[in-house]
Ligand binder design. Structure first.
Ligand SMILES: *[C@@H]1O[C@H](CO)[C@@H](O)[C@H](O)[C@H]1NC(C)=O
Length: 328
């Protein structure tokens, strides 16, 4: 009995204190929040300084790590190719690099020697990155998706020679791909929509950078910077209708759209857009922002008629690294 009346008194006191000090509680709360935020910022700095972040990214240390294969498409731009390879050889999960070579002349000795030296200088504990040229007799955009017979990794990171992504972005995209290995995971989103202004049935329009920015929706990620499973190389070269490959060859365009269609048709789900910093090292920055979209729309409509339906699926999901996000 006494106990309960005691506790009632205490409760009453507490209530009084609470009511009288609401103002100061607010200030205290604010101060605590400020302090917590400062500590978080400092903590984050210390964490990256002490290498915790790196260990987090690398996963369990005892697990034998399977990396990815870089498939790089290049054309008469040795200086860009060198820059790219110097950069990517420093990313930790790169297992091998395949250079798609479609020039009539073989790579120069100086290029080979340079790349050889880069690879040797970056080798870690006797583990050397494998570097190979894939030679092609004819110059076709389909070359970039030829099957790689002897690749040891399931993951392929397809890139153009004129864009570079920091290793942290690439490793993050790789981790996204590992959680959805059938899906295409990339940094450059594009979209399509039905053009209702035309009355000649369904006509699709291809939307570039600005459209995605405006609508926040996309249905493709371009193979100029994307992860996908190596099985899609086999599908592209051996299963996809020849008419699509011919169209790509003839028009010298849209191999990336053809790949987006192929993966969408095989999976029935949208690709995944990953946030990442892009550094354009070539001079083609403008063309990737817009322009030439009429030709791209034609490709989309052509491929829709080849498939007999529109396989692309739209989404507005964007994957971001939660370690780098403060507010949620
Ligand atoms: C699209 O996917 C279906 C079902 O997997 C498959 O049967 C068909 O051959 C694919 N179409 C093309 C053009 O690849």
């Amino acid at each position: 009995m006494r106990g309960s009346s005691n506790s009632r008194r205490i409760l009453q006191k507490l209530r009084q204190i609470t009511i009288s000090s609401v103002g100061s509680v607010k200030i205290k709360l604010l101060l605590t929040l400020c302090i917590a935020f400062t500590l978080l910022v400092i903590g984050c700095r210390v964490a990256s300084f002490m290498g915790w972040e790196h260990r987090l990214a690398a996963g369990r240390p005892s697990e034998p790590r399977k990396g990815f294969t870089i498939l790089i498409n290049t054309w008469k731009r040795d200086d860009l190719l060198k820059q790219s390879i110097v950069h990517y050889t420093s990313c930790s999960s790169v297992d091998s690099i395949h250079i798609v070579w479609s020039e009539p002349d073989p790579p120069s000795d100086s290029l080979r020697v340079f790349l050889r030296r880069v690879i040797q200088s970056k080798s870690k504990d006797g583990n050397e990155i494998e570097l190979k040229f894939d030679f092609n007799r004819e110059d076709s955009l389909n070359n970039r998706f030829k099957e790689i017979k002897d690749t040891k990794t399931d993951a392929v990171f397809s890139i153009d020679d004129d864009v570079v992504f920091p290793c942290s972005s690439v490793e993050f995209a790789f981790s996204v791909w590992r959680s959805a290995p059938d899906t295409m995971v990339g940094f450059v989103p594009r979209m399509h929509w039905v053009d209702k202004s035309r009355d000649s049935g369904e006509y699709y329009t291809y939307g570039g950078w600005w459209s995605v920015w405006w609508m926040g929706t996309y249905s493709m990620v371009l193979s100029k910077a994307a992860f996908f499973h190596k099985k899609y190389l086999d599908l592209y070269t051996n299963q996809m209708p020849v008419s699509i490959r011919d169209y790509v060859s003839r028009n010298r365009n849209c191999e990336d759209i053809a790949m987006a269609f192929l993966v969408a048709n095989a999976t029935g789900v949208p690709p995944i857009w990953v946030k990442g910093k892009i550094f354009e090292i070539g001079s083609t920055g403008i063309s990737s922002l817009g322009g030439h979209s009429e030709r791209r729309s034609q490709c989309v409509n052509r491929f829709v008629s080849e498939y007999g339906h529109m396989p692309l699926v739209s989404t507005s999901v964007k994957a971001i690294d939660s370690r780098h996000i403060w507010f949620w």
